[in-house]
Write a protein that binds this ligand. Structure first.
Ligand code: APR
Length: 306
């Protein structure tokens, strides 16, 4: 597989996938030497850890020709005070160029987008690639759900393994954490915590990424994004048919069409196998549709036409 962008997220994802033996990885970056240097460092680590996956680095997409999966993390991350949407123009240009080059050499790949603003960039990748929507998806919901699970475990004192958390919607401030459908040892979160405590956990989740950005001062989160990418790639290459909150093209589900948004999707070897429609309350549906409207507006500003 190819990981485009050998920065913080791309390198972390590549390293986790190599450690777990998920796939052999070709890291590609426009900045000469970064991908090669990080790949070499990982291969040095292989002598100690004896892990199965290999990583090579290149500045040329041809090195990853014939990839089954192309992960796209190329782009500029957020700085303190920037929203994900501030990244729209600059990362849009990068996304177009990466997709064109990667798909030219790996026409049968599943594209997994990570670059922000995620939902808009995934739509752009789909349009630029000309691939069926089942083969173009994005990583946002897995990360947001992971953050929700962390904050739920912290607030309840429950074991993380007992927490099942789900976040839908745009990967941004309008994301839609679903307390009703999130559980602690099988019990709905709404039965386990007070309404105030649930609201606090939801707020921490929504601003979890921004909190990391403000603490780091330069760059944005990469450990949790990196492992979230690796988990999605494992589901794809392993053809597991796991349901993950993934940024996928909606086709009538939740009253939405033609927009990429994080919703539960079944993942497998061919990418998105199915996008089942979960039963949501009127409030949840409304929040999801509001979240979609921001993505629709941002996509319109790209001027891609119908
Ligand atoms: N082709 C390939 N790589 C590129 C290109 C390009 N056209 N343009 C930039 N890059 C590379 C940069 O050289 C850099 O190494 O993308 C990498 C981005 O890495 P970081 O700056 O460390 O950013 P990172 O934290 O990994 O985030 C990448 O993922 O989570 C999102 O918001 C985040 O959009 C950002 C992306």
């Amino acid at each position: 597989m190819t990981v485009a962008g050998a920065g913080q997220v791309g390198a972390t994802a590549a390293f986790v996938m190599a450690l777990k033996g998920t796939a052999d990885v070709v890291l590609v970056d426009v900045a000469e030497g970064i991908a090669q240097g990080k790949a070499l460092d990982m291969m040095h680590a292989r002598s100690v850890e004896q892990f199965p996956g290999s990583v090579i680095g290149s500045s040329n997409y041809a090195a990853g020709a014939g990839s089954d999966v192309v992960v796209i993390t190329a782009g500029v991350p957020r700085k303190p005070g920037m929203t994900r949407d501030d990244l729209l123009t600059i990362n849009g240009t990068i996304m177009r160029s990466v997709v064109e080059q990667a798909v030219a050499v790996s026409p049968d790949a599943v594209l997994l987008c990570v670059t922000n603003p995620l939902d808009v960039m995934t739509y752009l990748a789909w349009r630029v690639s000309g691939l069926p929507s089942s083969r173009v998806l994005g990583m946002g919901g897995v990360l947001d759900s992971a953050r929700f699970a962390y904050f739920i475990a912290r607030a309840t004192g429950a074991a993380l393994s007992d927490v099942d958390a789900v976040v839908l919607g745009a990967h941004g401030d309008t994301m839609v954490p679903l307390p009703r459908l999130s559980t602690v040892a099988g019990r709905p979160l709404t039965e386990v915590l007070s309404a105030e405590a649930v609201a606090a956990v939801v707020k921490s989740t929504v601003y979890g990424g921004a909190e990391v950005v403000s603490l780091l001062q330069s760059g944005s989160a990469f450990f949790a994004p990196g492992v979230s990418v690796a988990a999605m790639v494992a589901a794809i290459v392993g053809d597991t048919h796991e349901t993950m909150s993934s940024c996928v093209l909606l086709d009538g589900q939740y009253g939405l069409s033609g927009v990429y948004l994080n919703v539960p999707a079944v993942l497998g070897r061919s990418g998105v196998i199915e996008v089942p429609e979960w039963g949501l309350t009127a409030d949840e549906l409304c929040a999801l549709q509001d979240s979609a409207s921001g993505v629709i507006d941002a996509v319109a500003s790209l001027g891609l036409g119908g």
